[in-house]
Design a protein around this ligand. Structure first.
Ligand SMILES: NC(=O)c1ccc[n+]([C@@H]2O[C@H](COP(=O)([O-])OP(=O)(O)OC[C@H]3O[C@@H](n4cnc5c(N)ncnc54)[C@H](OP(=O)(O)O)[C@@H]3O)[C@@H](O)[C@H]2O)c1
Length: 324
């Protein structure tokens, strides 16, 4: 049993990580900027929620005291260069310092597929460059502890902002103009990512390990958009016509989406990230190295995407059994 400090534990992946840590017998402290963000973990036994500005180095070092492991899931998808630097680079630096001062023995850092500490500046997006620099910071500063860097492809699961978003858009719009339609992804189930975090904590000897977290299948973005609509029962399961946009039109669409208040559906930086295929790198260890057989997308996604479809309720069950 370990005391684990989880940063970003209130998010989509973080709530699954917290639940799995508790199930594995660990006690968990979840740091959050706002207590109200922690609703999904408050009910878990052996979880303490701590309101904390994780960017305050002294407060973070204080919070790390008494924990033998830290998991970092804090990240942003949109922002200016200063915001990416603060969250993806400066924060890992502060986490490394906090771990050193508190005698933390293990750190699991969630990065992203496509990041690479050795070629940060050649990558096409702010997101990937800053994620890569964050990895480099940790690799340099955390030689005394067991560091695991986990790089997931896009993550699916109930509550994701990915397949759910594509399905919702197609419920509203008759056609889907799509930027980056041929970009490739190897989506991984959120439960597999959470299991990987927990299993990474079984390794206690100092040293760094970098793992990629990918599912068993590769899809283009267009295939994923089409699949999301089919599984959600949009337009009687046929989905909507997906219109691939040429690059210039995709950039223009992203620019217009950025003008809307709030987080954009797609930014130019997101589009730039898609220039790097989001698929497993030959030769790098994956989930299998932790004994995890990653789940296929369709059976899992069908379950949560079809929750709003007309055939999902009791009447649907009866109709299906009638047709069989
Ligand atoms: N979801 C994916 O498809 C995907 C794919 C590849 C990699 N990843 C990586 O997986 C990790 C978890 O992703 P996720 O989808 O679970 O993210 P998420 O739902 O957006 O959660 C991120 C968490 O970080 C905290 N946070 C956000 N902005 C912050 C800021 N400016 N300062 C301090 N804390 C901040 C939030 O906690 P509070 O609001 O409670 O403070 C939030 O719970 C990230 O490292 C992400 O890059 C995700």
């Amino acid at each position: 049993m370990k005391n684990v400090l989880v940063l970003g534990g209130t998010g989509f992946v973080g709530t699954h990580v917290c639940e799995k840590l508790v199930r594995a017998g660990h006690t968990v402290t979840v740091a959050t900027r706002r207590w109200a963000h922690a609703q999904d973990v408050l009910h878990l036994p052996f979880v303490t929620v701590l309101e904390l500005d994780v960017h305050d180095a002294a407060a973070l070092a204080q919070a790390a005291q008494g924990h033998s492991a830290v998991v970092n899931l804090v990240a942003i998808l949109h922002g200016n260069p200063a915001a990416f630097e603060k969250v993806h680079v400066a924060l890992p630096q502060k986490i490394a310092a906090a771990c050193a001062s508190a005698g933390v023995e293990q750190l699991v850092h969630i990065s992203a597929l496509g990041a690479d500490a050795n070629k940060a500046e050649s990558l096409p997006s702010q997101y990937l460059r800053s994620k890569s620099r964050g990895e480099a910071v940790l690799l340099g500063a955390c030689r005394q502890l067991a560091l695991t860097i986990l790089r997931p492809s896009v993550i699916f699961g109930a509550g994701d902002k990915f397949l759910n978003l594509f399905a919702s858009l197609q419920k509203v719009f008759p056609v889907m103009p799509l930027a980056g339609a041929e970009a490739r992804f190897q989506p991984v189930w959120v439960q597999d990512v959470a299991t990987a975090v927990v299993k990474s904590l079984e390794r206690e000897s100092p040293g760094a390990v970098t793992l990629e977290a990918c599912g068993p299948e590769v899809f283009t973005l267009k295939q994923l958009v089409e699949l999301s609509a089919r599984l959600a029962g949009v337009n009687h399961g046929q989905g909507r016509p997906v219109i691939p946009l040429p690059h210039w039109a995709g950039v223009l669409q992203a620019r217009l989406l950025e003008l809307k208040p709030g987080a954009p559906l797609m930014s130019r930086d997101n589009l730039a990230s898609m220039q790097v295929p989001n698929v497993a790198t030959p030769g790098l260890p994956g989930l299998q190295s932790l004994g995890i057989q990653p789940a296929a997308l369709q059976p899992v996604a069908r379950d949560y995407l079809s929750a709003g479809a007309p055939w999902h309720d009791l009447l649907g069950v009866r109709l299906r059994s009638h047709w069989r």
